[in-house]
Write a protein that binds this ligand. Structure first.
Ligand code: SAM
Length: 423
């Protein structure tokens, strides 16, 4: 039996997700592979059996969720939405014993209140279950057993049953978040956009809690991103338990093999000015099963290549809107001491550097010491190339949550580093 799935992702990563889904089908679904279908802003459609939906949940690094399409129909009023939801055989999927959450999102919907539309979908599902079983499910917005999503366009209402549960960027190993961690699926998508492949040196000089590094290590060690977590489909009445056991056991075997291998040789390197952040990164890696990734406490302005062979440098420096760039003083001088940076003494003696000065020094470090590397920097600041005094060779629009960002690419090719005057 085949279903229509919709897989949302951070905007800007649709093509990366489509390529990833096709790879997952080829690698993990020998018997019933599928091809990713239409890409729309914010996600990718595909058609496949339960095993395909479960494999996408378990193996996609870029997806935010995997939604199973239940129904779609033109609508004009809240009553139309209610009627559509009431007609669906929800009792096939879950009982009134399960707790429920409904979310509605809309683009150009003629309805006045999305809250009211949400209420109507919830009422319809509860009414339906009461009609067939005599009981209504309880609502739990925090940790529901079952989530239903309604998506409203100007003309159509689509109902989806969520098969993921917690969003998929929650891999199950992160304890220590740090100040502004990237979502894991955005980091994984960016890694795909850089073209990095295992074995090529990868360096994040502002690694924070280590999201890029952990995602890269999981790719290199062939660890499924969802191997440590549970999924929404496990709460549904009908899913293919045998196919799930086969997928899960294979993923657990791969993880055990990864734990037994030596992680120090992965050519994945990180540094940060904050010793506190590096401690958080180490704790995260430990939980994720990569204990030997080399981390150094260094001001990014004083960074040097961590490997003899050039590779990929990737970073998301502090955004003006979120946290400040740290460190002041002669270029490259290490300012943080390993003390917690919230320490008052640290604050007083190491005031924040103006962004422009920091990025100019960072650009100098890239030009002078990273010949042959390809640097990818994610930022919401479109003036970044001017501040680095480097000309980008590509820029890709990406969304970090609601924040519109660019992934700038700089090719630091010997003798031909394109320089840009400060703007
Ligand atoms: C936006 S966060 C990076 C988050 C990281 N990608 C993650 O997922 O956790 C920016 C990081 O830059 C670090 N940082 C700030 N100034 C720095 C400097 N001068 N040199 C190196 N790292 C610096 C901060 O300590 C912080 O961890």
């Amino acid at each position: 039996m085949s279903f229509d799935f919709f897989v949302p992702c951070p905007r800007g990563l649709e093509a990366a997700l489509a390529a990833e889904l096709t790879e997952i089908a080829a690698r993990h679904l020998d018997s019933a592979p599928f091809t990713a279908g239409e890409q729309v802003p914010g996600g990718v459609h595909f058609r496949g059996g339960w095993a395909a939906g479960m494999a996408a949940n378990l193996h996609s690094r870029v997806a935010s969720r995997v939604l199973l399409k239940i129904a779609q129909r033109p609508y004009r009023t809240e009553q139309d939405v209610y009627a559509l939801a009431l007609e669906q055989r929800w009792e096939q999927w879950f009982s009134a014993n399960e707790t429920l959450r409904v979310d509605v999102t809309a683009i150009k919907s003629p309805l006045r209140s999305l809250e009211f539309a949400t209420l109507r979908v919830k009422d319809a599902i509860c009414d339906r279950l009461r009609e067939v079983s005599g009981a209504r499910p309880s609502i739990d917005t925090g940790a529901p057993d079952v989530r239903v999503f309604a998506f409203l366009t100007a003309t159509d209402c689509t109902l989806y049953l969520d098969t993921s549960g917690e969003p998929l960027f929650k891999r199950g190993w992160r304890l220590d978040k740090g100040a502004a961690p990237l979502r894991e699926n955005l980091a994984a998508g960016i890694l795909r956009l850089t073209g990095w492949t295992p074995g090529t040196p990868l360096y994040d000089p502002m690694c924070g809690s280590g999201t890029f590094l952990a995602e890269a290590a999981q790719v290199a060690l062939n660890v499924a991103p969802g191997v440590e977590r549970r999924f929404g489909f496990e709460k549904l009445k009908q899913y293919d338990v045998t196919a799930w056991q086969a997928l899960k056991v294979a993923a657990q075997d791969a993880k055990r093999a990864a734990r037994a291998s030596r992680n120090a040789d992965l050519q994945i390197f990180g540094s940060d000015i904050s010793g506190d952040m590096l401690d958080k990164a180490r704790a995260n890696f430990e939980r994720a099963g990569f204990s030997g990734l080399p981390l150094k406490q260094v001001d990014a302005r004083g960074m040097t290549p961590p490997s003899d062979t050039p590779g990929i440098l990737v970073a998301n420096p502090p955004y003006g809107e979120r946290i400040e760039v740290r460190g002041r003083g002669p270029r490259g001088e290490l300012r943080a001491t390993g003390r917690d940076e919230r320490d008052e003494g640290f604050r007083r003696t190491h005031a924040d550097t103006p962004d422009s000065e920091f990025f100019q020094s960072l650009g100098d470090a890239l030009k002078q010491r990273f010949t042959g590397w390809h640097a990818f920097i994610l930022t919401s600041d479109r003036k970044l190339p001017g501040q680095l005094r480097l000309r980008e060779s590509a820029k890709t629009p990406l969304y970090n949550g609601a924040l519109e960002c660019r992934l700038f690419r700089f090719d630091l090719v010997a003798g031909s580093v394109k320089q840009k005057p400060a703007s």
